[in-house]
Design a binder for this molecule. Structure first.
Ligand SMILES: C[S@@+](CC[C@H](N)C(=O)[O-])C[C@H]1O[C@@H](n2cnc3c(N)ncnc32)[C@H](O)[C@@H]1O
Length: 197
């Protein structure tokens, strides 16, 4: 995944998790219930945060599944599925999920609008996306730095765009933003958005 070994990815992320990322994941995922789809599950960092007793079903997809997720110890008899698919072409029914979760994923999806329209399709009317993404920071200097470094980072980090404006793309795809919050000097965003009823 991402061109890094699984443990390297987790080590790279560890200081960010300690600072605030893990807390943000927990706050978002505590809201889930019913049928949930997670896109780009990666090494499974979100899996410890789900309130499993509130969930009917959890489907996990990634274009490149990791052993950590495949061997993750879910609660006994919990209905979970793990499969290799791209968000740009989901094999799920229309209007099926209560929530779709994605964290640090849309920076590297080649056609993010296609992916977001697939997410919209599989959500029930009134269903929600819960997301955390890194985005272009607000401050001019930092923004220029992210833009300048983006082409090299894209080669190093498996197609990850440092200059992707994912919040704007989420709006463009037709979601209603219910909540959004920038953090880490506005280079990250967490949020909740709804498919209209
Ligand atoms: C930076 S990792 C994030 C992993 C995890 N969600 C997290 O928060 O740490 C991005 C993940 O998205 C997956 N991914 C990239 N493009 C994807 C796509 N088109 N469809 C599904 N997953 C994708 C990658 O394989 C990788 O596991």
């Amino acid at each position: 995944m991402m061109g890094f070994a699984e443990t390297t990815y987790d080590k790279f992320l560890a200081p960010f998790e300690k600072l605030r990322l893990s807390e943000k994941r927990g706050l978002l995922l505590s809201q889930t219930f019913g049928k949930v789809l997670e896109i780009g599950v990666g090494t499974g960092v979100n899996l410890a945060h789900y309130p499993y007793s509130q969930l009917e079903q959890l489907d996990l997809i990634d274009i490149d599944l990791t052993q950590k997720v495949i061997h993750y110890k879910f609660p006994n008899n919990f209905p979970v599925s793990i499969a290799e698919y791209s968000v740009e072409n989901l094999p799920f029914d229309d209007a099926y999920y209560d929530f779709v979760v994605f964290t640090l994923v849309f920076c590297s999806v080649p056609d993010p609008i296609k992916g977001l329209s697939e997410v919209m399709r599989v959500l029930k009317p009134g269903g929600k996306i819960l997301f955390i993404e890194h985005v272009l920071p607000h401050r001019h200097g930092l923004k220029q730095l992210f833009k300048g470094f983006s082409p090299l980072w894209k080669k190093m980090a498996h197609g990850c765009h440092l200059d992707r404006e994912t919040l704007q793309l989420i709006k463009l795809a037709g979601f209603e933003i219910e909540f959004s919050e920038h953090f880490f000097k506005s280079s990250f965003i967490s949020g909740v958005a709804k498919k209209s009823t």
